[in-house]
Ligand binder design. Sequence first.
Ligand code: HEM
Ligand SMILES: *[C@@H]1O[C@H](CO)[C@@H](O)[C@H](O)[C@H]1NC(C)=O
Ligand SMILES: *[C@@H]1O[C@H](CO)[C@@H](O)[C@H](O)[C@H]1NC(C)=O
Ligand SMILES: *[C@@H]1O[C@H](CO)[C@@H](O)[C@H](O)[C@H]1NC(C)=O
Ligand SMILES: *[C@@H]1O[C@H](CO)[C@@H](O)[C@H](O)[C@H]1NC(C)=O
Length: 331
Amino acid sequence: MSPLLSLLLLSLFLAPEVAAAATELRHGYYSETCPEAESIVRAVIHRARIREPRSAASVMRLQFHDCFVNGCDGSVLLDDTPTMLGEKLALSNINSLRDFEVIDEVKGALEEQCPGVVSCADIIIMAARDAVVLSGGPSWEVKLGRKDSLTASQEDSNNIMPSPRANVTFLINLFHQVNLSIIDLVALSGSHSIGEARCFSIVFRLYNQSGTGRPDPNMDPEYRKKLDELCPKGGDGNVTGGLDATPVVFDNQYYKDLVQKKGFLNSDQTLYCGDARTRKVVQKFSHDQAAFFSAFIKGMVRMGDLQSEERGEIRRNCRVVNDGGPFHTTL
Ligand code: HEM
Ligand SMILES: *[C@@H]1O[C@H](CO)[C@@H](O)[C@H](O)[C@H]1NC(C)=O
Ligand SMILES: *[C@@H]1O[C@H](CO)[C@@H](O)[C@H](O)[C@H]1NC(C)=O
Ligand SMILES: *[C@@H]1O[C@H](CO)[C@@H](O)[C@H](O)[C@H]1NC(C)=O
Ligand SMILES: *[C@@H]1O[C@H](CO)[C@@H](O)[C@H](O)[C@H]1NC(C)=O
C-alpha cells in the first residue's frame, strides 16, 4: 500500500475522533447543528431547580470537578467500569457530587432534538452558566465545541481536587498550576454563594483544627455555636448546612460572611484570614457585587478553557464511552 493511501485510511479511521487539544472553542458553536441546544439545557436546569432548589449548586459544581481534572472533557460523568475506576468515587466526590441524573436528562432532551451533536463536556459548561443565572447571578456567553473524554481517572481526581481543609497557600498554588490567578481563586470560590456542604467537611475545624484538639480560631463565636449544633461531635457526617447565609441565591453574601468570620469551610475562611492578597479581594467583593460578578464570569470562562490533551468524541450517553471502551478500535 502506498504511504499516502495508508495515511488516508488512517485518517478515515480517526475521523470521528478529533484531537481535543486542537479544538477551537467558540460562541454559537451549535448554532447550525443544534440551534435549540442552549434553550433546551436552560429548560431542563430550570425544571430541576424547581424540583429542588439545591440542584443549581450541585450542577454548577460539576464544572469545577470536571475542568480541574485533565480539562473540561466530561470525564467526571463517566461511571466506573470493570476496567476503569472513574472520578465519581474519588475522595472529593464520593457521597458528595450529585445531580448526575439532571445531566442525563439534559442529554436525553438534546439527543432527541439533534442526536450525536452536543458533547457532555459542553452540557456541563452550559448548565453551570444557567444554574448561576437561574439563581439570580450574572449571565454570559459560553464558548463551546469541547469533546468528551474516552476515559477518566480516579487517581488524578484524588491528586488534584482540593480538600475543604486546604489553606490559602495551597489553593493559590493549585490554581496557579492551571494558570488561574489569585483573583480567579477568590471569585470562583464565590460559587459557594449557593449550595450546601456536609458536616463531614467541617468537623475537623469545629473540634480539631490542624490537630490542635481545638476549634479553628477564625470563626465568629455565635456562628460556631450554630455549627456545633448542626454538626455535633460524633454526629451524622451527611447532615448538610448552607455554604453561605443565602444558599439558594447567587450573590455576594458569601464574601460578607467571610468578612464576619462566618465562612463554612476552612477553604473559604482562609481566603479572608490566611493571606493579605486574597483578603483584599474578599473585602472588595463583600461590598461590590458588580465587581464579583464580573470577576466570576472571567474565572468561569478561563476555567472552561482548560482543555484535555487526549482524543475525544461526542458521547451518546454521558455515563459511558461510545462503542464500549477507549481501546475498542484496533488499527
Ligand atoms: C477553591 C477550592 C474549593 C474547595 C476546597 C471546595 C470544596 C468544596 C466542598 C468541600 C464542598 C462541599 C462538599 C460536601 O461536603 O459534600 C463544596 C461544595 C460546592 N462547591 Fe466547592 N470548592 C472549591 C471551589 C469551588 C469552585 C471553583 C466551584 C465552582 C465554580 C465550586 C462549587 C461548589 C458548589 C456549587 C458547591 C455546593 C454543591 C451542592 O450543594 O451540591 N467550588 N466545595
Ligand atoms: C498549608 O497546607 C500545606 C499542605 O497541606 C502545608 O504543607 C503547609 O504547611 C500549610 N501552610 C500553612 C501556613 O499552614
Ligand atoms: C495563561 O493566562 C494568560 C492570561 O489569560 C494567557 O495569556 C496565557 O496564554 C495562559 N497560558 C497558558 C499556558 O494557558
Ligand atoms: C486531632 O488530630 C490529630 C492529628 O490529626 C490526632 O492525632 C488527634 O488524635 C486528634 N484529636 C482528637 C481529639 O480527635
Ligand atoms: C453518608 O452516607 C453514605 C451513603 O448512605 C454512607 O456510605 C457514608 O458512610 C455516610 N458518610 C458519612 C460521613 O457519614
